[in-house]
Structures are given as C-alpha cells and as structure tokens.
Write a protein of this length. Sequence first.
Length: 388
Amino acid sequence: MNVPEWLAGRARNASDIGLAVVFAAVLAFWAYRIADSWGGGYWQFGCAAGAVVCLIALLRRRERAWAAIAGLAVAAVAIPAALFGGLPAEPGPAIALGLSVLVGSAVRTLPVRSAGAVAAGGLAVVAASLFSARTLAFGVPAVTMLNGAGWLAAVAAGLAPRLLAARRRAAADKVRRDERLALARELHDVVAHHVTGIVLQAQAAQLVARKRPEQVDASLAGIEVAGSEALAAMRRVVGLLRDERLGAGGADPATYSPERLEDLVERFGGDGRTVRLRLPGDEAATWPPEVASTVYRVVRESLTNIARHAPQARTVTVGVTRERDAVTVEVTDDAPRPSARSPRHRGYGLVGMRERLEALGGTLRAGPREDAGWAVCATLPVPARERR
C-alpha cells in the first residue's frame, strides 16, 4: 500500500464529508428562512435545485468539466423558473455554494481554455441573477451580491494554487536546464578522460611497432577496447542529457577520489554534529566517471537535505561500499521524527537524484528509519568492463 496516496485519499474523503455537512446545513437553513418569510411550499423548488447542484459538486472529482457544466445548467434553468413561477430569487445560497465549489475546482485543475470557459459561465450566472431579483441592497440585488461574492471566492481559490503550480513547474524547468549544463561539462570531462587514454595507447603502439612488431596486435586491441569504453560512457552521459525529467543541478566532480568526499563531509561537520565516513578501497579509482560523479552527487544532496530539514541531527553516517557489480551509497541521520504538522518536504534535489540514478540503471530509496532519523540508500550498477 502506498501510504501517502492512502492518506491523501482519506483527506479527500474527509473534506467531502465536511462539505456535505455544510451543504446540508445551508439547505436546511434556507428552507427554514423561505418557509418563515414566504410560507407554504415556496421553499421546495429552491431546495431541490440546490440539492442537485450540491450533489453534483460532491461528485465533481469523477469528471470536473462535465460536473461544472451540469451545475451551471441547473442554475441557468432555475433562474427563469423562479422568475416566471413567482418563487424566491435564484440562484439561492445552496446553488451559489455548490457553483463556487464547481467553478473553483475547474479553475484549479482544468486546462486553461476549459477553466476560462467555466469561469465565464459562472460569471454569466451571476449576471443572469439580476433578472430574478426582487429586493435591492445598496442598488445591487442581494442574490447577485451573494453569487458574485461566491464566484470571486471560487476564482481566487482556484487561481492561487494554479499559479503556485506554474511557478513550481518553472522552477523545475530551471533545475532541469542547470542539470543539463552540469552534465554537458561532465561529458567534456568523460571524453577528455577516455580520449587521453586512447592517445597514450596509440603512442605506446608506435613505440612497440618499432621495437616489438609482434606485440602490435595486442596494442591495437587495447586501443579498440578503450575506444569502445569511451563510446559506452558517452552514450550513458548523453542519455542523461536527453532525459527531459532530470532534476536538481550543480557541477559534480567527474573523477572519484576519497579526498573529495572527505572534504565534503568535513565541511558538513561541526555545530555539535558528528559525521562518520566509510569508503571503499583503492578499487574506486576504476569506476567510470559518470558513476563516480553520481556517488558524489548523492552524498552531497543527502547532506544538504539533512542541513535543511534535520538540523537537530547529531550523528550522520555516510557509507560507500562496493558489492560485486554495484556501488551502494547510504546516508543516515538520527534526527527526531518530525511532527505531523511539519513533515520533511522533498525538494527538487531528491527528484533529480532519483532520475539520474534510474537513467544509469540504479535505484534510490529515501524515507524515515524505524527508530529515528532519515535514510537515503542509492544503488548504482558498475558497467561490465569495470568489474575486475
């Protein structure tokens, strides 16, 4: 079971139940007011129409566009029916509230044209309410003021999260551009690394050809292998550059060395925080540049997240291990679990790490530990030629 999705579903159900209670209260209140002031059965039509719109609003999640159209249609029919039937002015409070929910939901989630059309339809209902009004309040009918206020609140409530989502998408696009630039620099380093090796082997082959001609075939075979490795490495990095879903950026070192990670961890320590670092042996120098830079990236991003979201952590463990054909990076902390009101938010860095690892055939797991703190575990395969 996906816990976040389950919690989100429970929250949606709770909000719908609360909304249904509010709808029922408004319907009952308005029926009482109409019966008290108009008498007889004048309340029945308005409450029936309001109940239909409220029911449509509760079912809006199935098809938001058609739900909004149906609610607006009911309101459009209720206005002339009330006018020619000698009934209280429509749309009443229940219809106004239901339409507010439908319009706000449509503005928030539908495509721009559809959202604009629904908002325009809601404004048309507000304007049409002028024709069924019988009482004035400061020159504007009370029913029009009620529906106008509901329409404005709906548009504002739907537009605010929509604009916020647009800003987040713009930020994510910027992050992707930064990541591609960083990978372009990394591609340059990868190419330089492998081409330098090919040049050296070619120079050695020239010397061998003059002194030991029988060993030329072995030298040429070595050049061929080096060229194949260079092409494979470039394909992997270019694949990352072509991936449109990449996240957080920042230039990473293209070559691995324990000193780089030790310097990173040393800069992170302090302020009463203890950081333990476990590194593999000298074999790490044989990892491809894209693997080495990804290892550094995972450690850096994990430590950055701890500094931002878990400043209470006092012990942080960074472990880099090699198990046969894969490298595992694990970063854990002992920060107390956040309260329900202040959960640890996932930024673009974690998304970028996951996409980068998956593009290289790896995996990423991040989440709270059983006792306390947070854990990030990344597994990255080492290409077959590098498994020695």
